[in-house]
Design a protein around this ligand. Sequence first.
Ligand code: ADP
Length: 420
Amino acid sequence: MVERRRILYVEDDLPSRMLVSQVLDMAGYEVVEAADGMGGIRLAEELRPDLILMDINMPGLDGYAAATKIKSLPGMTNTPIIAVTANVVEGDRERALTAGCDGYLPKPIDVDALPDQIHEFLGGRRERVDEAEERGYLREYSERLVDSLKEKVEALTRSDQMKSRFISIAAHELRTPVTVIRGYLDILAEPNGPLKEADPSARVMLEGIASGLRRMREIVEDMLDVSRIEAKTLELKVAPVRLAELAEKAIASQRDNAQQRNLTLTREAMDHLPIMWGDGVRIQQMLSHLIGNAIKYTPDGGRITVSGRIMGREARLPGADRPQGGPFIELVVADTGVGIHPEEQERIFEQFYEVRDPRLHSSSKTAFMGGGAGLGLSITRGVAEAHGGWIWVESEGYDPERCPGSRFHVVLPVGKSPKS
Ligand code: ADP
């Protein structure tokens, strides 16, 4: 049996897609369909068709852009792409050829002639435009691409602003009812309060409500922190701080969680570190979060170590636009956990970024691989930057079997009194 040649038809209009597919199928071709430009690119990459029929006017990525992209895919440069457009205006053919198409058919497609036309293109027919003319169309094409890029960036900026506003409003609105519930819970929990004579199980339930509420407050606080960091209104209460002390407190706050998971949580000596100027509450929050993450992403029985060292004035931080000229103090939270894929190492510091499938989302604070809201590291970076410092992660990669571990580095300037 002769192998059927494969044609990819990219078209957003369902009736056209069905009609043409049927005609080509009857003419002996194998037809695969994509309903938009992005889908077309994906299928071209995956299925390596022998020819592509490309509708030009599609919402989202149009046929010109899809054709340009497909032509740049390895091994696809010589695959014929035939543009198809309705409402023909002058220059459409030239525009299509300039974008990388090899031929042009006006719509409605003449279904009687189509099989022969396809046959010709498969046999090597190529249409070309005159070079001088092509230059003009290329300029027009680039301008159009820049315009559409600009529109997309503007739309993204708008939706990003709306997201930020939403987080800020939601956090402020949630704060009040959370405080109200907290107040009533405190009254209910008093030994001589309204539950004095109640069944003991009521107290257990009350503890359940209180712990749920604590988690809710933490999330609301995280949302507020994210808003403040974005708006650059995070205020630091700067005072002389001793990092050994802050690290100890951070470790103490996570000790029970580590024990539950049979993890060894230790601190190397830090007493040699100079006193630095910073916001102690925020630095401790940062360390607690890093230790909390290390607990979550390290299998039972693993090790978590917190250490610190002084970096001289010659210190160079990774990245060109990082603050330079120390002295700095570097804190490291290292674990023997699952590690982080190199491609994810920068993205995990973005808001709401979770490496794993969100469908597996769990809000447990300690369970192995139990994710959170994905805000913690973005806040941690915000706090480090507000101090004039930086945070990054080092890891060989993600491997839950071998567990190469991760090392989170926080570098903070020793700083000086804001008054001096
Ligand atoms: P989350 O609330 O989801 O933990 P974070 O901002 O703290 O949010 O972390 C973002 C992502 O970074 C996590 O979902 C996780 O995939 C990854 N991550 C953070 N810390 C570690 C770590 N110590 N080891 C492995 N992966 C980590």
